[in-house]
Design a binder for this molecule. Structure first.
Ligand SMILES: [Zn+2]
Length: 284
């Protein structure tokens, strides 16, 4: 079973019906409908369970989709209150099923987009939500705006039996992870991997291969997990990006992934894609 977080949504997003106001109204008024309540990157919980009201979601709520029981899910932004739990804590400590955690990723990312994109980027007028939350339309210049997802490449850089991991100064002590960075406009995934590895660690890479992807709702990234084969090994660190980068042996990495390294070093948690790309680089 995958422990990678946010990749197990059970919802049919039902995109063909989002613009159908009658259909969405019917789903809003259905007594089995769930409404997830989110404030920033935290969610309302009650008695250790995800709180979902069965009240009719108001017009501002976003339609997320329909679960395998045929029940609809909506999400809405609420004011911060004491019953909120950070989504990151739920990810790390458990407490929700993978399916529900994945629904929260969709909810959090799209609610964040609405809260930060209230005005038309073309003319500056206040824009209005449309298509049950999957579009905003400017009433003045008629421009349509769509939710954004920011692609990030994250890669295990491999040279023979060793893998390069780095750490940022802001991370917990002893934690190392795969290098990562935002893709830039006009770039392929392969080019972004090569550029980031060269910028951050001074290493040149050749072949690049795909491992997996993970939505990362803080606030709305798509992590693209890759393996990059290094063609040089001398590390030249960019201190603005990384505090340290090192080549680790297979033996070190296996202990770091398992949390049994004698120096207390560890790699990212299994919920994060860095863990999956390092594991894939060891096993392929
Ligand atoms: Zn406009």
């Amino acid at each position: 079973m995958t422990r990678l977080a946010f990749v197990s949504s059970p919802l049919n997003r039902n995109a063909n019906n989002r613009a159908n106001a009658d259909y969405i109204a019917k789903r809003r008024n259905d007594s089995t409908t769930h409404v997830v309540q989110i404030a920033g990157d935290a969610v309302r919980m009650e008695n250790d369970r995800l709180f979902t009201s069965n009240d009719t979601p108001e017009m501002g709520a976003i339609y997320l989709g329909e679960d395998p029981k045929g029940q609809s899910w909506f999400a809405r932004e609420i004011e911060p209150n004491e019953a909120l739990i950070p989504i990151r804590s739920l990810m790390i400590e458990g407490g929700l099923t993978q399916e529900r955690l994945s629904i929260l990723a969709q909810a959090r990312s799209i609610l964040h987009w609405h809260s930060s994109h209230g005005f038309c980027a073309k003319c500056g007028a206040k824009s209005l939500m449309a298509d049950a939350g999957y579009k905003r339309v400017c009433p003045v210049c008629k421009t349509e705006h769509f939710p954004r997802t920011d692609p990030v490449v994250i890669m295990a850089v491999r040279h023979r039996n060793q893998i390069l991991l780095g750490r940022q100064a802001s991370w917990p002590p002893n934690m190392f992870s795969a290098l990562a960075g935002f893709m830039e406009p006009g770039e392929t995934i392969e080019q972004a991997v090569a550029r980031e590895v060269l910028e951050e660690a001074g290493i040149e890479v050749g072949a690049v291969s795909y491992v997996t992807t993970q939505p990362w709702p803080f606030p709305s990234s798509l992590m693209i997990g890759m393996i990059a084969e290094a063609t040089t090994t001398e590390i030249k660190l960019d201190p603005a990006e990384l505090e340290e980068a090192r080549w680790f042996t297979r033996g070190d990495l296996e202990m770091m992934l398992a949390g049994t390294h004698p120096e207390g070093l560890y790699a990212s948690r299994p919920q994060a894609i860095a863990h999956a790309v390092v594991t894939a680089a060891l096993n392929t």
